[in-house]
Design a protein around this ligand. Structure first.
Ligand SMILES: [Zn+2]
Length: 442
């Protein structure tokens, strides 16, 4: 390193980020222009979409090279390259990993966007486009943090590892984060650069993520002519041997799970999440007479799909058992559902993650954020969604989320990131690297 006090060093690094911010924004615009929709996202045609993720990784790889990293590619599926860079420390320090995902979700309804989601609009203080918040902003900020360190003449003691990975948006970590860790691009601790900010505020420090479950419930009914409905629903008349409408039956299950959701809001609290955050969302409902979408028959088919965010102190298995139990209870008093129980399919199980209290990494990030912001301590909060910290934890690497972006615009139309958050994140990453990895002695 060049000599000087830590204070001078912080000043040099943050000045470099300020000088680089226009370029950082330009790189983000370039990254957004590559429509790297996850090819395994529901509704996508894999062969048409695959390849763009690898192009974003290549863009990041060039920035890693410019920052002085040894760059490698890890590829599990063709066209879906992960890019990794290692800036080797002089030795004797802890290593730090900065991770981000290159894939994005589809753009949603184009008529609700103010412009083309893949042609970013840059205003005085924001960049608008698909992936601006989730999370090309964080990816690019991490690369520019490394570049600022190099330009400021900082030589770290420990390694700084940069990862641009595919697959996160569908939990396909086997092709992304897990693959690069297995290829040897690990570190002593990690920052996942996912968005942790709100509108008009700096990024928060996020040491905890909820568990995520995706499941479907299917019900079987008995179809009949619509004119027979009265006979089937009033027990004084013919009853269910004539017909059973699955849509009526579903409300028993709906109310049972809605009740569970209320219980969670009242009794299942966590200090870093707002009360009521943990929830069960019935997000997809399909019900109809077999193969025909007209209301002239009783619906004999029904599938509902739920997305669940649960308390990080509870295991997926515990919550799955609770949900199945509630549904079974709701069905117990219904003669039809007792004989024709709902069928569960568990589609995605994403375990929660909590960084242990008093983590040295968190202390390093808190300090870095405070320096980078000119004295403002960061907010601590839980993560709105799930992220690759879960899979890093499986490989023995602890970490936290910190990154630019306005969480509620992720996956939404007119997704945007604030430029002040991009610069703040790059500064915090660079100062964390100094705090955590230490400086080379010479
Ligand atoms: Zn994300």
């Amino acid at each position: 390193m060049t000599t000087g006090s830590t204070h001078d060093l912080a000043g040099r690094v943050t000045d470099e980020v300020d000088r680089l911010t226009d370029r950082l924004v330009a790189s983000l615009v370039d990254a957004i222009a590559i429509p790297s929709v996850n090819p395994r996202y529901p509704g996508q045609e894999y062969d048409k979409v695959v390849g763009a993720e690898g192009d974003v990784s290549a863009l990041l790889a060039d920035l890693y090279t410019e920052a002085g990293a040894d760059v490698g590619k890890v590829t599990v599926e063709r066209g879906r390259d992960n890019a990794c860079g290692v800036i080797h420390g002089a030795g004797g320090g802890r290593s730090l990993l900065l991770n981000g995902h290159v894939d994005v979700v589809p753009s949603g309804r184009l008529d609700r966007w103010r412009g083309d989601p893949f042609r970013a609009q840059v205003t005085d203080d924001t960049v608008i486009g698909r992936g601006a918040t989730d999370m090309k902003g964080g990816l690019v900020a991490a690369a520019y943090a490394a570049l600022a360190l190099r330009r400021a003449g900082v030589r770290l003691a420990g390694d700084l590892v940069l990862q641009a990975v595919v697959g996160e948006e569908v939990g396909d970590h086997e092709a992304g984060t897990t693959a690069v860790l297995e290829a040897g691009y690990g570190a002593d601790a990690a920052i996942v650069c996912e968005p942790s900010g709100r509108a008009g505020s700096l990024p928060a420090v996020v040491p905890v993520t909820p568990g995520l479950l995706w499941f479907s419930i299917s019900l079987e009914g008995r179809t009949a002519h619509s004119g027979l409905r009265g006979m089937t629903i009033h027990p004084t008349l013919e009853g269910e041997h004539l017909g059973v409408n699955t849509i009526d039956k579903f409300w028993l299950i709906y109310h049972a799970l809605r009740g569970l959701e209320d219980e969670w809001a009242r009794h299942n609290r966590h200090p870093l999440f707002p009360p009521g955050y943990f929830n069960l969302l019935p997000g997809v409902l399909r019900a109809n007479p077999s193969g025909i979408l007209v209301p002239f028959f009783l619906a004999d088919e029904l599938t509902v799909e739920y997305c669940v965010y649960h308390h990080p102190d509870r295991s997926n298995e515990e919550v799955m058992a609770e949900i199945e139990d509630r549904v079974a209870n709701a069905c117990r008093n219904d003669p039809w559902l007792r004989e024709h129980p709902p069928v569960f399919e568990w589609k995605l199980l994403w375990p929660p993650y909590t960084l242990p209290r008093d983590s040295a990494l968190e202390a390093a990030v808190l300090d870095a954020h405070t320096i980078a912001s000119g004295g403002q301590a960061p907010v601590r909060t839980g993560f709105m969604g799930v992220c690759d910290l879960t899979w890093m934890d499986r490989k023995g690497i602890g970490g936290l989320v910190y990154g630019p972006g306005v969480g509620y615009t992720a996956h939404a139309e007119n997704e945007y990131v604030e430029i002040a958050q991009l610069a703040q994140s790059a500064k915090t990453y660079a100062m964390t690297a100094i705090n955590w990895c230490g400086l080379a002695e010479d």
